[in-house]
Ligand binder design. Structure first.
Ligand SMILES: NC(=O)c1ccc[n+]([C@@H]2O[C@H](COP(=O)([O-])OP(=O)(O)OC[C@H]3O[C@@H](n4cnc5c(N)ncnc54)[C@H](OP(=O)(O)O)[C@@H]3O)[C@@H](O)[C@H]2O)c1
Length: 311
């Protein structure tokens, strides 16, 4: 007899597995998004969060392949390490140096791909603006910054200035990108830095890739923080676009301040939804997946989590 889940198709002996590997991963919005899409498509698959400690990543991948798992997302802290365990990498995953999607290869093993770039680009392209020749500033130089840089290069940005507080981390990010990201420059990020303020004043697009301002269950003040100081915020050009990869809270303090300056604002929810939709297209081979259902499921889950946090 089939078990009926709240989110997906009835689960039976023929149901296939897809999921996300991470550690921790129980907080992930991907299961609700993907199960809503699977239900919409009528696909007999179920998507699960699969907690995977780093020391077991290789055996988990081999086991899931042996169990005919249809596809996987990969999140922190495995996005870089998993690349070495893939039989093939897409050119984009190689360029970004990170894998967030694993696709089964017909002759065995996994293809590592990266849909974060497509997710990042989707809301920028949806606005209908051309970013060709525009100037961008990226705040932070961690894991997501490289996907953001790849996206900005694809848009044809004329200048990409990356601000990092650690010169070693900044250089570690910039060095492998220089061969394919010609307009790239590093900026040492210190308080009230004139070079950063000048870059912000000239920027058409500012992207926050730091976690500063992200809500935290353990730190009630976290959601009030802004990665830019009041002096930095004053240099933002009205009419420019500020894009924060964070999606809790909505809006973040950065986006509230940016809107008050007359900037356009984008948060990270659409990136999350669109990277998931792109992964599902890769696993299923379908050109169209129910993006609206994925977005609604993610929003509903965020509302539930906010209510739980308040009670
Ligand atoms: N919407 C989406 O789909 C999506 C996708 C990916 C990531 N994200 C969000 O993006 C954020 C970053 O993720 P990530 O994977 O790139 O993290 P990460 O690899 O840890 O990188 C974070 C970067 O932010 C910098 N940073 C942290 N605190 C800072 C501060 N107080 N001042 C200045 N810089 C600071 C770090 O500096 P150091 O190098 O000095 O440590 C690092 O360069 C997270 O909030 C994540 O949830 C969203």
């Amino acid at each position: 007899m089939a078990l009926v889940s709240r989110f997906a198709q009835p689960i039976s002996g023929s149901t296939s597995l897809v999921g996300v590997l991470g550690d921790p991963v129980r907080h992930s919005l991907s299961p609700v998004m993907h199960n809503a899409a699977l239900k919409g498509l009528g696909l007999d698959w179920v998507y699960l969060a699969l907690p995977t400690p780093a020391e077991h990543l290789g055996e988990v991948l081999r086991g899931l392949e042996a169990m005919d798992c249809r596809g996987l997302n990969v999140t922190l802290p495995h996005k870089q390490a998993v690349a070495a365990l893939c039989r093939e990498l897409s050119p984009l995953a190689e360029r970004v140096g990170a894998v967030n999607t694993l696709v089964r290869l017909p002759n065995g093993g996994w293809l590592g791909d990266n849909t974060d770039v497509e997710g990042f680009l989707a809301p920028l392209r949806a606005g209908g603006s051309s970013w060709q020749g525009q100037r961008a500033v990226v705040l932070g130089c961690g894991g997501s910054a490289r996907a953001v840089i790849a996206g900005l290069v694809e848009l044809g940005c004329a200048a990409i200035q990356v601000a990092g507080r650690s010169s070693a981390h900044l250089e570690a990010l910039l060095a492998p990108c220089r061969s394919w990201a010609k307009p790239l420059q590093g900026l040492q990020w210190t308080p009230s830095n004139r070079a950063l303020q000048n870059a912000l004043a000239d920027a058409d697009l500012v992207v926050n890739t730091t976690p500063v301002g992200m809500a935290s269950a353990t730190d009630p003040d976290a959601a009030r923080r802004c990665p830019l100081s009041p002096g930095d915020l004053e240099t933002l050009r009205p009419g420019s676009t500020v894009y924060d990869l964070i999606y809790t809270p909505r809006p973040t303090a950065l986006l509230q301040n940016a809107s008050a300056r007359g900037c356009q604002s984008l948060d990270g929810l659409e990136m999350l939804v669109q990277q998931g939709a792109a992964s599902l297209r890769l696993w299923s081979g379908l050109a169209e997946v129910p993006v609206t259902a994925m977005r609604q499921a993610a929003l509903q889950q965020l509302k539930i989590e906010i209510k739980q946090g308040e009670s």
